[in-house]
Design a protein around this ligand. Structure first.
Ligand SMILES: [Zn+2]
Length: 426
């Protein structure tokens, strides 16, 4: 297969001239200019799109097993491919939860033939109940890449201490959904002026920050690796920045919507439940702090917290709606708008957040863009205007704040596991 007219971006490439890439049996055979197609060789012309090693989203909810009416491993991977991701790590709040090796293996088996690599994240505690530690070593053997009770925090400090001790023994991160539930409940949006105007109970930033402070202290004490999930407040970024300076083993990620939207949207959009997620949309000051954290390296990775919900589940009053939005298909356009077009990050720096750091955090092999290696590639542009119309949603659910929005920049395809997936607009 010959992929023509692509501009390579990676750690080892400055954005250079257009090249062609020849792939045989899933391996990059040749990278060069004006390559001639062999007889019978399939040719696809990318017409000047960028190509990078495949992107990874380290925080998604694929909903299978148990909630297949929201998403399946197959549809979730279709959404991932449409968003330019060749790999995802999926959270364990399924039914059954990913708390035994069986469930880990069920997921990897289901994903085997798909173009997207699926890396299960196992539960920290049995049944995600927060009480006794799950069989982490066994799950790791089965393919789990990290541990988390996401959806809920690991609330008990002693449980977190033990989990972090296992983390340092097993060499895997503990990913915590950072929320002090006593401070946050029954919040439906960010605590602040907008919540007051709307008469909704708020979740204060301090609920997130208190838990992060605890986890940083426990990581320092145990030597374990804490990964702060979906960071969302300025105070939280400050905490992680200081901890990193002290050499504590802490990493973090930010969802695209948290460096784009604020709590003002809930008022503007008249309680549209596709603006409800946890952590909630915060203030402009917090949004600015996310971008600053990405620029100075405090925030390692860009993720989506892709959280599909069926239409009937979200079509209820704001306070009754479940938290979460889909994000895989729009993360690149948002990153392009807020980080690249504004010149906050160049393409190589963006690739660091999308290709390298997520896999470094999870100790995964990092794909390369060179001859002789398995082709694991993302093709994307920064200028194409397109509409995220319902027919363009690949996820089984459509709960996106960007639905029907005009966006700029699109992932036009991926290549992984010997499969070329082209993202045609419908
Ligand atoms: Zn979470």
């Amino acid at each position: 297969m010959l992929l023509k007219n692509v501009k390579p971006v990676s750690n080892s490439h400055k954005v250079t001239d257009t090249v062609d890439i020849r792939i045989k049996k899933g391996v990059i055979k040749e990278i060069g200019s004006s390559l001639e197609a062999d007889k019978k060789e399939k040719v696809h012309d990318f017409k000047g799109a960028y190509v990078s090693p495949g992107w990874m989203d380290m925080h998604v909810h694929l909903r299978e097993p148990g909630f297949e009416h929201k998403e399946t491993i197959t549809t979730g991977c279709e959404a991932a491919a449409f968003g330019g991701f060749t790999a995802v790590a999926c959270m364990p709040n399924t039914k059954p939860a990913i708390h035994t090796r069986d469930v880990v293996e069920f997921i990897t088996k289901k994903a085997e033939s798909l173009a997207v690599d699926v890396h299960p994240i196992g539960c920290v505690t049995k049944e995600r109940k927060g009480e006794s530690i799950a069989e982490m070593a066994d799950m790791k053997e089965g393919g789990a890449v990290a541990f988390s009770d996401d959806g809920d925090p690991v609330y008990n400090s002693q449980v977190m201490r033990i989990a972090l001790e296992y983390s340092s023994m097993l060499g895997v991160p503990i990913i915590n959904h950072e929320e002090d539930l006593d401070l946050s409940r029954p919040g439906h949006m960010n605590e602040g002026k907008v919540a007051t105007r709307l008469g909704l109970d708020g979740t204060p930033g301090i609920a997130e920050e208190v838990m992060i402070a605890r986890d940083i202290m426990l990581a320092e004490y145990t030597g374990g690796h804490i990964h702060v999930a979906h960071i969302s407040t300025k105070g939280a970024v400050d905490l992680v920045r200081e901890a990193k300076k002290k050499g504590i083993n802490v990493t973090t990620e930010v969802c695209a919507h948290h460096f784009d939207l604020t709590d003002e949207e809930i008022e503007k959009q008249k309680f549209n439940t596709n603006f409800k997620m946890h952590p909630p949309l915060r203030t402009q000051e917090d949004v600015d702090a996310m971008i600053e954290g990405l620029v100075d390296g405090t925030i390692d990775a860009i993720c989506t917290d892709h959280a599909p919900h069926a239409i009937e589940e979200k079509e209820v009053e704001f306070i009754y709606a479940p938290n979460g939005i889909i994000g895989l298909e729009t993360a690149w356009s948002i990153s392009n708008k807020r980080l690249f077009q504004t010149k906050k990050l160049n393409l190589q720096q963006l690739m660091d957040k999308l290709v390298y750091k997520p896999r470094e955090v999870l100790n995964l092999e990092i794909p390369e863009l060179k001859e002789g290696v398995k082709a694991n590639l993302t093709f994307f542009n920064t200028d194409e205007e397109w509409t995220f119309s319902p027919q363009n949603v690949r996820s089984k659910s459509k709960n996106s704040p960007y639905l029907n929005e005009k966006l700029q920049g699109r992932a036009v395809g991926i290549f992984n596991k010997g499969q070329l997936v082209l993202n045609e607009l419908r």
